[in-house]
Design a protein. Structure first.
Length: 293
């Protein structure tokens, strides 16, 4: 039986190799922030007939707005997010709709200024920080502080890999990306808690002479089938959404695909091994104190 805990340093090294390129990219070039976090225009348009979203996207792209985001609401209504449009640019776009698709009515034309965008960015970071603190409190209450600390380190690992991948490949980040990160954190912590729960059960019936490493390794094996089955079912749904769900959900789904896979990895190969190391460090710290006393 493969021993996850004895080989934990290999997985620590692999995690560092996965994190480093993205971390370097974050410092060098940052994130490719979308309109939600920078500034731009939001147009709500209604056509007099049912229109496919691909046709609307093509017209918007022809007007030079290649990085626009288009969300369809019903058969005739569309929410279009673009870079800042002047009054003249808006008129040109509406004229293009009229000539290439059919009569279009402009229901809304708003400009998102940089102040609102900056506020949204910091609120998103605040949401991540608050979620992390609440999770540490919950895990400390249900298990122990060291397990909460190990879980947060694993979650930080997941977040850095997803954010780093988006930075490295210059994938545009919008508000749905933050929703994806929060969902990934929720999924990953759930998987980690399942393993921690099994560790707690096994600690109660621990055999005499059984090492902590062996006990945790046994707990991981006992929950491994559940972890694999869960991630596979989630991945099947995400892959279907990625290929069939349309352009508006691709950022969210791509972040979820990376995050769910990495979250399952960190729950097995990082969270529990880190907790073992924290327990062993505490044990080694007590020995010199006992000798001194």
């Amino acid at each position: 039986m493969f021993h996850f805990i004895r080989h934990r340093k290999i997985f620590y090294a692999l995690s560092i190799l996965l994190i480093l390129p993205g971390l370097i990219s974050l410092f060098v070039q940052g994130l490719n922030l979308g309109i939600d976090f920078t500034s731009g225009s939001i147009l709500e348009v209604r056509f007099d007939k049912a229109v496919p979203v691909e046709q609307v996207r093509q017209v918007v792209s022809d007007q030079g707005q290649h990085d626009s985001r288009i969300q369809q609401s019903g058969d005739r209504d569309f929410l279009i997010r673009t870079a800042k449009l002047s009054q003249e640019d808006s008129k040109k776009l509406m004229t293009a709709f009229d000539s290439k698709i059919g009569k279009a009515e402009l229901l809304r034309n708003e400009y998102v200024d940089p102040i609102i965008s900056t506020e949204l960015f910091w609120k998103a970071l605040g949401a991540l920080a608050i979620a992390s603190v609440i999770m540490v409190i919950y895990i400390t209450f249900r298990f122990e502080f060291k397990q909460g600390l190990a879980a947060i380190i694993a979650l930080l690992h997941d977040t850095l890999i997803v954010v780093g991948a988006f930075s490295l490949f210059r994938i545009e980040v919008d508000s749905t990306f933050i929703a994806a990160i929060l969902t990934i954190i929720g999924y990953s912590i759930n998987d980690t808690i399942v393993i921690f729960d099994r560790i707690r059960e096994n600690l109660r019936s621990r055999k005499k002479g059984q090492s902590l490493e062996d006990l945790v390794n046994l707990s991981i094996w006992q929950t491994l089938a559940r972890s694999i089955n869960t991630i596979l079912t989630v991945m099947f749904v995400l892959l279907a959404l990625f290929f069939l769900g349309g352009a508006t959900v691709k950022t969210f789904v791509l972040a979820m695909l990376i995050g769910v896979g990495i979250g399952a990895y960190s729950s097995i190969f990082n969270a529990s091994p880190i907790w073992v190391d924290l327990r062993l460090m505490e044990k080694r710290g007590k020995r010199p104190a006992l000798k001194a006393s």
